[in-house]
Design a protein around this ligand. Structure first.
Ligand code: NOJ
Length: 551
């Protein structure tokens, strides 16, 4: 089947279903709610949806712990609602991709329940190791979420590996039967009409033989031996050859700790590539070391360096996936922008990535400039990783300091319900929501922003429409200017006959306007801006401007 690479002309929207829109009044977002909002998505200019997991799940990791891969959870409306949304999306010309989570399952999945009981053929579906005579764990690997990566199972009398939560046992991908199961899942959804997959921590699925101790990584020990493991490309090629090549679909790899050079081994646009795009984490590390829970001061230079290096190194060889937010990171205005200059900085952030080469993804609420959530009571946090962090990390700090760390770093900030209106429960649900609504919903909500031509929402609409209109955004060459500036992100996108200059100020104080040599602003059209009145020679706080030259 010929691959048309349709995603190159699109803008995607990520839905984290529990918190998007509740239509059946049980306090939990659902697919009927998504169905109601399809026109809203279309009005934003979105042409694709990525759904975080919708499958039946006990919810230990909000659906990333799957108990049945071939169904839709009843709380989301089951298959009936899913098909309605799929048809509704396709009728609007939108694509829909599912989250494929096959590094691990839920411990409540039937495979695991049979594996613990050594029922064939499931005995080796997971990674089991006997207890050692000295009482030590099978190796020194850490779980990314809770303590060590091994849990003893009384029924089987062995330890199983869980790189994530205790309730997320890792599958044994070296077992060909497990790989056949993955192919069945892929075919099932593709035959139903879905257009592709976002593949959860897919670079983790091949573990090094013998599961040796990891003496290199100071934290998340084990990563050395399971990220980009020995058979990763072989397994991904197998999925591609046996399934993906037979459909005109798209695949998006989630890949922690990956450089552009490494990414090309996965997503090069020649016969060596196995997937289409990659979720990189480098642009998420502008205010932290490695992950969100080692916070640092935001560095615009690190942010720019990440984007520029991916733009340059993938150009002509692979395609970028562009994003600022998803369900795993706090809100970007609170992190990289300024809550004081909320509206302006949300727009500057949008312009910083929406005119790059690649396929942009917008995460629910990002288009409204939703901000971090700051509850007074740490017990209100739901996320397994956040709760473990609070209970076990930085115990020498005061409870207040630890709480403030969560305010800054917890991914629960991205998981509070969508703020649709200033009415009860922010218009998310008529019942009491499963999770706290951010208190700022009276000031930040979609209804208010619909009515305000100058809102963040309407800026996103204009920016998305603009990127679709301009060939230079899809295909133009990328050049960055003033890379050493800690206050200005400035880049151009250039094709013969069309060129674009994007200026984004990152400062609460006015900055001198710097224009790169060769760009005559007096002959350009100002096609996007976030201040109604410009100051000559000056960029105002978090000002952004996009200039266009066309022959
Ligand atoms: C990455 C997902 O995005 C995250 O939400 C999840 O907790 C882990 N993988 C484990 O599935």
């Amino acid at each position: 089947m010929e691959k048309t690479r349709w995603y190159k002309d699109m803008v995607f929207y990520q839905i984290w279903p529990r918190s998007f829109k509740d239509a059946d009044a049980d306090g939990m977002g659902d697919l009927w709610g998504v169905y109601e909002k399809l026109d809203y998505l279309q009005s934003l200019g979105v042409d694709g949806i990525w759904f975080s997991p919708l499958y039946p799940s006990p919810g230990a990791d909000c659906g990333y712990d799957i108990a049945d891969y071939m169904d839709i959870a009843p709380e989301f409306g089951g298959m009936e609602a899913f098909k309605k949304v799929l048809d509704g999306a396709h009728a609007r010309g939108m694509k829909l991709i599912m989250d494929l989570v096959v590094n691990h399952t839920s411990d409540e999945h039937a495979w695991f329940q049979k594996s613990r009981r050594r029922i064939e053929p499931y005995t080796d579906y997971y990674i089991w190791r006997p207890a050692r005579p000295d009482g030590k764990l099978p190796n020194n690997w850490d779980s990314c979420f809770e303590g060590k990566a091994w849990q003893f199972d009384e029924l089987r009398g062995e330890y199983y590996l869980h790189i994530f939560a205790v309730k997320q046992p890792d599958l044994n991908m070296d077992n060909p039967l497990v790989r056949e199961e993955v192919k069945k899942i892929l075919r099932f959804w593709l035959d139903l009409g879905v257009d592709g997959f976002r593949e959860d921590v897919i670079t983790y699925i091949s573990k090094k033989e013998g599961l040796p101790n990891d003496y290199l990584f100071p934290m998340n020990k084990g990563m050395l031996h399971y990220n980009h493991g020995p058979h990763i490309h072989e397994y991904l090629h197998e999925f591609k050859r046996d399934v993906l090549d037979h459909y005109d679909c798209m695949t998006l790899a989630e890949a922690p700790l990956v450089s552009p050079k490494r990414a090309l081994k996965y997503i090069a646009e020649d016969e060596t590539g196995q997937m289409d795009m990659m979720i990189q984490f480098q642009s998420q590390c502008a205010d932290c070391l490695f992950t969100d829970y080692l916070p640092m001061k935001f560095s615009l230079r690190r942010f720019k360096r990440a984007f520029s290096s991916w733009q340059k190194k993938l150009r002509g060889r692979a395609w970028n996936m562009l994003y600022l937010e998803n369900h795993d990171h706090p809100r970007v205005v609170s992190r990289y922008g300024s809550e004081k200059f909320w509206k302006q900085s949300a727009k500057t952030l949008a312009a910083s990535y929406l005119f790059l080469q690649g396929t942009p993804f917008v995460y629910q609420g990002q288009e409204l400039g939703m901000l971090n959530w700051r509850p007074e009571d740490p017990e209100l946090y739901e996320d397994v990783q956040t709760r473990w962090q609070y209970a076990h990390a930085a115990l020498n700090r005061s409870p207040e300091q630890r709480l403030h760390r969560l305010w800054r770093a917890s991914r629960d900030s991205a998981r509070t319900p969508m703020q649709w209106t200033d009415g009860e429960h922010a218009g998310f649900s008529t019942a009491s929501p499963w999770f706290s609504v951010n208190e700022n919903y009276k000031a930040i909500n979609a209804r208010q922003q619909e009515q305000d031509p100058d809102s963040i929402l309407n800026f996103y609409r204009r920016a998305i429409a603009l990127r679709k209109r301009l060939r230079a955004v899809r295909d133009g060459e990328y050049r960055e200017f003033f890379p050493l500036s800690g206050r200005l992100y400035c880049y151009s996108r250039e094709l013969p006959g069309q060129k674009l200059l994007v200026l984004c100020a990152y400062s609460e104080k006015p900055q001198k306007l710097r224009v790169p040599a060769g760009f005559d602003l007096s002959r350009a059209e100002l096609v996007l801006q976030n201040y109604a009145v410009l100051q000559p020679g000056v960029l105002q706080p978090y000002e952004t401007r996009v200039y266009l030259w066309e022959d």
